[in-house]
Design a binder for this molecule. Structure first.
Ligand SMILES: N[C@@H](CCC(=O)N[C@@H](CS)C(=O)NCC(=O)O)C(=O)O
Length: 202
């Protein structure tokens, strides 16, 4: 199986960490987004990464579909619980983490537009979503080691990938000072070999 990815994508990192935690070998192919000869389009009409190309040539996207596929590909180290309520809780954490990444990416892209075309109001709006999302997570993780049922899961992976991305692009937010419960959770996550091996490039 081959993963089309870019090193700083929080969604692609989520997939890479799931594969590492489950000891699934993936061939990694780095993709430059927006390159005219991008190999993405034949595999994902949306032109987004990550994409997982299966051995039969079929392709899977987006990251939530890929992690579901990988988690059921092998029962080793299950990351999405089978119990319905626990599963919904894990997937809600993931939805919030991915949504915060969406907002952080939107703010980053707005800030990269030519100054005269930028909308400071949109940057503020997107960063507002980031901070409110972090505040909710900080409350939810209070006195818990892991996000759901005291068990390491996809929820923790999604949260860690999002926090790594927020740190990469918006260090100045200093979210660790405002959200100490989340900072404690993150300090546990970054000790895992799967997180160390996939740190975003500076
Ligand atoms: N919901 C998607 C989001 C994927 C996504 O937005 N990826 C970004 C890179 S971090 C991308 O490919 N952007 C290129 C584009 O939007 O054209 C997922 O979870 O896979």
């Amino acid at each position: 199986m081959k993963l089309l990815y870019s090193p700083n994508s929080p969604y692609a990192r989520k997939v890479r960490i799931v594969a590492l935690e489950k000891h699934i070998d993936l061939v990694l192919q780095e993709v430059v987004l927006g390159a005219p000869d991008s190999p993405l389009k034949p595999h994902n009409p949306l032109g987004k990464i990550p994409v997982l190309i299966l051995d039969d040539g079929d392709s899977l996207y987006d990251s939530r579909v890929i992690v579901e596929y990988l988690d059921f590909h092998t029962p080793v180290a299950r990351l999405i619980p089978q119990d319905h309520n626990a599963r919904v809780s894990v997937r809600r954490w993931e939805a919030l983490a991915d949504g915060i990444s969406d907002a952080a990416i939107a703010a980053m892209l707005e800030g990269r537009r030519p100054p005269e075309q930028q909308s400071p109001a949109n940057i503020d709006k997107q960063l507002g979503k980031v901070m409110l999302g972090l505040e909710v997570m900080n409350l939810d993780i209070y006195k818990k080691k892991w996000c759901v049922n005291e068990t390491f899961s996809l929820a923790d992976i999604a949260v860690g990938c999002m926090l790594g991305y927020v740190d990469l692009r918006f260090k100045q937010l200093n979210w660790q000072d405002s959200y100490p419960n989340l900072a404690k959770h993150y300090s546990l996550l970054v000790k895992r070999p799967s997180f160390k091996q996939t740190m975003p490039a500076v």
